[in-house]
Structures are given as structure tokens and as C-alpha cells.
Design a protein around this ligand. Structure first.
Ligand code: SAM
Length: 352
């Protein structure tokens, strides 16, 4: 595929993420009154393993993000890279935890869609108006610039252009800065993501980065991963269609997941490394791009360290007959985070 087609496929992933999140929300896994305004309800049920996986992802990222806000007493900025249709801005506003400014970056086409929804749905636009003061608010088809929330369309692989756009929206490099990349770096080559990580440490003296993604093996080429992801997507669609006809959607969903697992397992064997080693390569990636401290946990560990009262609540929501499948799924994803702390705020102490 040419690079435009490849980028188009990458852009499509933001719907998948939000549709899965919306389904988990509607099943009671966590609260998000805003996601319904961005994506439709899933046509078919998602398997309990998928819902729990998304629960661990969202709660895990939120936990570290909230810890950063506490350490900086919200005297900071957040830049969500490849934010897609993420709703964190509205959550933070409702919880009275907004940073000085919250930025989002994604491809212009995704940003245009997000802005269209914001403009046409008062429950989304009202909170932005409420936090706005002073000069007139900019909300056109391509970007949003308000006092506390900005959205820009840019390519994360074109750092100069992205930085210029962020600066226009009064990004302040001297402020403690949290960068979030949730399922995003995997869509870039290792060189491109390394440049992004290096840009961050060159630009912000006091910063933290929270990254969620599939545990990838260095020896497995980026192209192979993308190809297999595309193949999986195709197989999944096929299974869903088939399942629709057979009225066995739930089972088909699981079947699809098992195939994902097998492929992932195969990828691991192919690379000949275990999860620990690849977690180590996650932290090395940060340390070699100017970050001072770094850590990486697989999602099984994250899940076991989330507030257990809530975990017990969600485990009662749906019956899970295949515990092992969930564990396998969680083991193949990780949250990694890194810090750089010129102001000495104690960012390196943030953990689960
Ligand atoms: N972070 C969101 C979440 O977890 O719900 C969205 C995740 S989605 C899997 C990946 C997002 O990254 C998409 O919205 C995609 O458009 C964006 N993305 C990937 N590569 C990008 C690039 N080079 N420049 C800008 N955005 C990019």
C-alpha cells in the first residue's frame, strides 16, 4: 500500500478504540458521559476479555495522569499525542483537575471530525465555553484554541510543523508537561518514534510521558507488525460478518481474539524474546532519547495494582470463563512511562 493508504488505515484505528471504549462504558466498566457523542454504539457485543482489557488501559493511564496532576498541583500542561476522540479533557473539567492547558494532536482529518462533533453537540461545547475567558475563542473546521483546551491537526512525524502549531496555541515549554501516547507510537517506525521522544526531552526540561501499547519486539520489523495488524483486522471483519449471519457474534468475537493471541504468540517466538526483555527495551528506548527515568509494566501487573475494590466491582459485571485468555491478552500490552525533572518535583517517584 502507498503511504496515503497506510495513513488512512492508521486514522481508522481511532474509531475502533473509541467504539470499544463506548461499549465498555455502556456495560458499566467506568463512567464517561461524553464518549457517546463521538462514536456510535457497537453493533455487536465485545467479549468480556476485551472490556476488561480496555478497563485496565483506561484506568491505568488515568492513574498515572492523575498522579502527575497531583505532583504538579495542576500547574502544568498536558499534550495528548494521537488523541483521536479521547474525552479526557471533559473528565478533568468535571473532576476539577484541569491543567493550565490541555492540548491534543492528531491528523487533520481526525481533528476535523472531532471539531464537528464538538461544534454540533452542546454537552461537548458548553464545558469548553465555561472554561474560556478573555479573547475570542477559535473553533473552526481545523483547530480549536480556547483558554484551557486546544486541538491541532498535525503529523507526529513532522515535529517542526507540530511544534510551531503548538506554540501558536501558547504551549509553554517551561511548564511541567505531561505527554500521553495511547496506542500511537506503534504506528510509526522506531526511528520516527525515537525522534518524537527525543523532541520531547529537548523541548521540555520538566516532563513525563505515559505510553500505552502492544509489547513489541525489536527484532520484529515494523512492516511485519503493520501487515499482521491489517490481516487481523480483515479476519476480524470476516468473522464478525459471518458471526452476524450465524447469530453467534459473541463466540466469533472470542474466536477472533484467540487468533489475535496466537498471532501475537507467534510474533514473540519469532523474535525469540520474552515479555520481560521487551519491557526492558521499552525503558531503554526512553533512556536513549534523553529521559532520566523510565519504567514499563505489562497490563497484567497494572491490572493487579489498580484499586482492587473497583476491580472486584467490574469483575462481577460479566462472567468470564477463560481467565487464561484475559491473562494472555494483558501480558501482551504495557504501560511505560518516563520522566525528566529539572524542577525537582519528584516525578520519578510516580508509579502504580
Ligand atoms: N489515543 C486514542 C485512544 O487511545 O483512544 C486514539 C488511539 S488510535 C489507536 C491511534 C491514533 O493515533 C489515531 O487517532 C491516529 O490518527 C493517530 N496517529 C497515528 N499516527 C499519527 C501521526 N503520524 N500523526 C498524527 N496522529 C497520528
Amino acid at each position: 500500500p502507498d503511504s496515503d493508504t497506510a495513513d488512512e488505515a492508521v486514522r481508522g484505528t481511532c474509531d475502533d478504540a473509541s467504539i470499544c471504549k463506548r461499549f465498555a462504558v455502556s456495560s458499566g466498566y467506568w463512567k464517561d458521559p461524553y464518549i457517546q457523542y463521538f462514536v456510535r454504539q457497537a453493533k455487536e457485543r465485545k467479549a468480556p476479555e476485551i472490556n476488561r482489557g480496555y478497563y485496565a488501559r483506561v484506568q491505568g493511564v488515568n492513574l498515572l495522569l492523575n498522579a502527575f496532576l497531583r505532583k504538579t498541583e495542576c500547574n502544568c500542561q498536558i499534550i495528548n499525542l494521537g488523541a483521536g476522540l479521547d474525552t479526557t479533557f471533559w473528565r478533568l473539567k468535571d473532576e476539577n483537575l484541569l491543567p493550565k492547558k490541555y492540548f491534543e494532536v492528531d491528523f487533520p482529518a481526525i481533528v476535523a471530525r472531532k471539531l464537528y462533533n464538538i461544534k454540533s453537540k452542546p454537552p461537548l461545547s458548553k464545558p469548553i465555553m465555561e472554561t474560556h475567558s478573555g479573547e475570542s475563542l477559535l473553533l473552526d473546521a481545523h483547530s480549536l484554541d480556547s483558554a484551557r483546551y486546544s486541538i491541532i491537526g498535525a503529523d507526529l512525524r513532522n515535529l517542526k510543523d507540530m511544534e510551531e502549531k503548538l506554540k501558536k496555541m501558547s504551549m509553554d515549554p517551561q511548564l511541567p508537561t505531561l505527554l500521553v501516547s495511547e496506542c500511537v507510537l506503534v504506528y510509526m517506525t522506531p526511528e520516527q518514534s525515537a525522534s518524537l521522544l527525543q523532541w520531547a526531552t529537548n523541548t521540555f526540561p520538566t516532563a513525563m510521558l505515559i505510553n500505552y501499547e502492544q509489547v513489541t519486539m525489536e527484532s520484529l520489523s515494523h512492516e511485519t507488525l503493520l501487515l499482521e495488524n491489517n490481516l487481523l483486522e480483515w479476519i476480524n471483519q470476516l468473522l464478525i460478518t459471518w458471526g452476524f449471519f450465524c447469530n453467534q457474534v459473541n463466540m466469533m468475537d472470542r474466536f477472533g481474539q484467540i487468533m489475535v493471541e496466537n498471532l501475537q504468540r507467534r510474533q514473540c517466538n519469532l523474535a525469540g524474546v520474552d515479555t520481560c526483555q521487551s519491557l526492558q527495551s521499552q525503558t531503554e528506548r526512553f533512556l536513549s532519547t534523553g529521559w532520566e527515568s523510565a519504567d514499563a509494566w505489562n497490563m497484567m501487573n497494572v491490572y493487579s495494582n489498580l484499586p482492587q475494590e473497583d476491580v472486584m466491582r467490574i469483575e462481577k459485571l460479566e462472567f468470564l470463563d477463560e481467565k487464561e485468555l484475559l491473562e494472555q491478552l494483558l501480558l501482551h500490552y504495557c504501560i511505560s512511562w518516563a520522566t525528566k525533572d529539572s524542577l525537582g518535583l519528584g516525578l520519578a517517584g510516580i508509579t502504580f
